[in-house]
Design a protein around this ligand. Sequence first.
Ligand SMILES: [Fe+2]
Length: 204
Amino acid sequence: MLLSPVAFGGFAEMLKRQLDEEITHVRLYYKLVGSLQLKQTPFRGQMTQLVNSLPSLTLKLFALQGLLEGLALGALRYRLAMIENSPSAPVDSRAMQEELAHTRFAFPHFRHLVQCEGAHTWDQFQMVSRLSAQVFEGCFNGRRIADAYQKYFGVNDLDAKIIENSRAMTVSRRLLLRSIQASKSEFLQKYFAAAQASRPVYMC
Ligand SMILES: [Fe+2]
């Protein structure tokens, strides 16, 4: 994204700042998980492919800051609420504060995006929402969790249906959906307000 012609001035600074913060998060969690990290998960591959396939920076930012950051916030809320004496609680709290800011990082730059890329339509954003939801639902479910435990930890007797119907899954889904919905709505509300107030001049 930083290599895009749209990425200059304050907008590029915003992307760099977020990148720096995400790198810090990766380092903090790396220290916690050590050798237990999961490499090349289906989610990582599919989300990367989806974001790369989107035709504009506006839609990529929506997928990342509007939807994926919402998912991250929901996951952090779940961990903080459900795991007692979690060794990751201090890192989760810090990450949550920073992710809260990340869902709003693009707001001051929406006019810049409209000027460079034109105003996007509601349908375009809805298409990205649908594709992201397919990735989220396909990667975070009882079957995938049971498969991951088998693949990475050699646990063979987990029942996907029991995981799917568990309280943990119900709470996690509720928190994820609520967080994604909130960050998505706020993103779109600010975007369309900025789009109404500015005209594309395609200066980039
Ligand atoms: Fe983030």
